[in-house]
Write a protein that binds this ligand. Structure first.
Ligand code: 8DG
Length: 130
């Protein structure tokens, strides 16, 4: 099975990036990710991310720049992960699909265990290439 997933690399005014840990019971539980989710039929990545962030975290974002996509084979599922840079607009974070979230500096990203599909984006962020 192949699924298309969008992830938002959300920054705040201080330049920190929002990361979240997948909660127990979900695929990749315990690993950190950039929040987002599966594209629904007829939806583009920007619409998907606006919807997912409101559903999963109750926050409003503005995705504004596509950072490309990476394929990852999880065995039972192959995912195409599309990442977008996004601006945090507002709303107080209320978690439903995650059991933790943090605003982190790029230099702190190495301290977290990310879902394998996210690693190429994490590396680019760490090197400040995006
Ligand atoms: N959202 C998100 N999912 C990721 C990332 N990296 C990564 O490997 N995944 C995987 C985990 C899941 O297998 C899949 C996304 O599923 P999901 O559970 O977040 O999506 P969803 O909210 O639409 O799904 P559902 O729980 O409603 O079924 O992609 C990432 O950075 N963000």
């Amino acid at each position: 099975m192949r699924i298309e997933v969008a992830a938002a690399i959300i920054h705040n005014k201080e330049g920190q990036v929002l990361i979240a840990r997948r909660k127990p019971g979900k695929a990749q539980a315990g690993l950190w990710e950039f929040p987002g989710g599966k594209l629904e039929a007829g939806e583009d990545a920007v619409q998907c991310l606006r919807r997912e962030l409101m559903e999963e975290m109750r926050i409003a974002i503005r995705p504004y720049e596509a950072l490309g996509s990476h394929e990852h084979d999880y065995g039972s599922v192959q995912i195409t992960l599309v990442a977008w840079k996004a601006e945090y607009l507002g709303g107080e974070i209320a978690l439903s699909d995650h059991d933790a979230c943090r605003w982190v500096e790029r230099g702190e990203l190495a301290e977290y265990d990310f879902a394998p599909a996210d690693i190429p984006f994490v590396e680019r962020l760490r090197k400040e290439l995006c």
